[in-house]
Ligand binder design. Structure first.
Ligand code: PLP
Length: 380
C-alpha cells in the first residue's frame, strides 16, 4: 500500500460524494441550469426533477413529499425547525428539553433561545452516552412545547431510543424534534412510525453534496404557518425558506437518498465488518477501551481511548490517516470533548480519545495499515 495515500477515517465529519451522485448533478450546472421557479418550459422541466428529488428523500424516511423542505444543510434545518417552532405566534409555551451531548448546532440554537427568555433543560446522559428516560419524564412540565433529542451522536455513534421518547411525550401534545444527521443512510428511519414532528439532516454525511439539507415536518401535526420562517424573500419552499433553489445539490441529495435506500443493508454490513475488525485489533493494545454504548450505536463510528496519548498530537503524527479527536467544529479549541465530559469520562481519558469513522469506501487493507501505524506510535 502506498504509504502516502490518504486513508480517510473521518466520515462523521463529511464523506466523499458518490460518483453516481456527482454524475447526475453535472448537467444541472451545464445544460439544465434553469431556475426551478421559472415558468418557461426550461424551468418547468427542472422543477419536475426537483419534485422527483423530493420524492426520493421522502421515500427514504417514509414521509410525504410535501413534508420535505430543502435547506442549505442540517445547521440551517436545525435553526429553522427549533427557532421557527419556538418563535411562531401560535406557540405560547416557553420550555424546551434537549440533552448535553447534542451537536453544537442544536446547543447554540438553544443557548440563543435561552438568551431571549426561553427556558431550556439540558439533560445529562449516563456513562454510556444514553439518556435516562426517567429523567426526561421528570423534566416535562405543562409549559414544555418540544423535546429535541438526536437520533445518533456524531462523536460516539450512540443511537437514542426515539420511539420510547415518542411514546412518552406525544400523548402530552409535545413536539418531537430530532437531529438525524448521523443516522440517515446508516439506519432505516420511518418518521411516521417514530411519530417525529421535525427532523433535520445534511446530504454530505451520506455521500451527497455539501451545502444541502432537509427539514422534515409532520404535516399531520404542524401547519406551515406554525413554523416562523427565518429568511424572507420570494416565498420558496412553502414560504418557509426563501431563496433560489440549489438545483444541482438538491438533485444530488435525491440521488444519494435513492442509493442509500437500496444499498443501506449491504453497506452497513460491510462497514460493521471493517469497524469490528478495527476494534478487535486496537483493543489488543494495553489499556485501550471504547467510549459509549457498544450495542446501541451506528456501525461506522468507533470512539477509542488510548490512555497516555494526547489525541491532538497523535492526530498530527498519523499524518495521512485522517481521523478526529471529537467534532470538527470544536477541535480548534484544545479542551476535552464536551460529549465525553457529559459521559463523566475523566479529562485525561477524554484528551486521549480518538474518533474513527468509516464509510463504504474503506477497506480492511486501510485498517491494517492504520493499526500497524498506531502500534508503532504507541510503542514510542
Ligand atoms: C454534521 C452534523 C451537523 C451539521 O451539519 P452541517 O452540514 O454542517 O450543517 C449537525 N448535527 C450532527 C449530528 C452532525 O453530525
Amino acid at each position: 500500500m502506498d504509504p502516502d495515500k490518504l486513508i480517510y477515517f473521518d466520515n462523521a465529519s463529511t464523506t466523499k460524494i458518490d460518483d453516481r451522485v456527482f454524475d447526475k448533478m453535472r448537467i444541472y450546472y451545464t445544460e439544465q441550469y434553469a431556475n426551478a421557479s421559472s415558468s418557461h418550459a426550461f424551468g418547468l422541466s427542472v422543477n419536475i426533477e426537483i419534485n422527483n428529488a423530493r420524492k426520493q428523500v421522502a421515500k427514504l424516511i417514509n414521509s410525504k413529499s410535501e413534508e420535505i423542505i430543502f435547506t442549505s444543510g442540517a445547521t440551517e434545518s436545525i435553526n429553522l425547525g427549533i427557532k421557527g417552532l419556538a418563535l411562531s405566534p401560535y406557540n405560547t409555551k416557553t420550555h424546551l428539553i434537549t440533552i448535553q451531548t447534542e451537536h453544537k448546532a442544536v446547543l447554540d440554537t438553544c443557548f440563543y433561545l435561552e438568551s431571549i427568555g426561553f427556558e431550556i433543560t439540558y439533560l445529562p446522559v449516563k456513562e454510556n452516552g444514553l439518556l435516562d428516560i426517567k429523567q426526561l419524564e421528570d423534566a416535562l412540565t405543562p409549559n414544555t412545547f418540544a423535546v429535541c433529542i438526536m437520533m445518533a451522536n456524531n462523536e460516539i455513534g450512540t443511537i437514542h431510543d426515539i420511539k420510547k421518547i415518542s411514546k412518552i411525550i406525544k400523548p402530552k401534545g409535545i413536539y418531537l424534534m430530532t437531529d438525524a444527521t448521523q443516522a440517515v443512510g446508516k439506519i432505516p428511519i420511518d418518521v411516521k412510525d417514530l411519530e417525529i414532528d421535525l427532523m433535520f439532516f445534511s446530504a454530505h454525511k451520506f455521500h451527497g453534496p455539501k451545502g444541502v439539507g432537509v427539514l422534515y415536518f409532520n404535516r399531520d401535526n404542524i401547519n406551515y404557518d406554525q413554523i416562523q420562517p427565518l429568511q424572507h424573500g420570494g416565498g420558496h419552499e412553502n414560504k418557509l425558506r426563501s431563496g433560489t433553489l440549489n438545483v444541482p445539490a438538491i438533485i444530488g441529495l435525491g440521488k444519494a437518498c435513492e442509493i442509500a435506500l437500496t444499498e443501506i443493508f449491504d453497506n452497513q454490513k460491510q462497514i460493521k465488518i471493517i469497524r469490528d475488525y478495527f476494534e478487535d485489533n486496537i483493543l489488543s493494545i494495553n489499556g485501550v477501551f471504547i467510549n459509549g454504548d457498544i450495542e446501541h450505536r451506528i456501525h461506522n463510528i468507533s470512539n477509542i481511548c488510548i490512555p497516555s496519548i494526547d489525541s491532538n498530537v497523535f492526530i498530527n503524527l498519523l499524518g495521512n490517516i485522517a481521523i478526529s479527536s471529537g467534532s470538527a467544529c470544536t477541535s480548534e479549541i484544545i479542551e476535552p470533548s464536551y460529549v465525553l465530559k457529559a459521559m463523566n469520562l475523566k479529562n485525561e481519558y477524554a484528551n486521549s480519545s480518538l474518533r474513527f469513522s468509516f464509510s463504504k469506501y474503506n477497506t480492511i487493507e486501510e485498517v491494517n495499515h492504520c493499526i500497524s501505524r498506531i502500534k508503532d506510535l504507541v510503542k514510542l
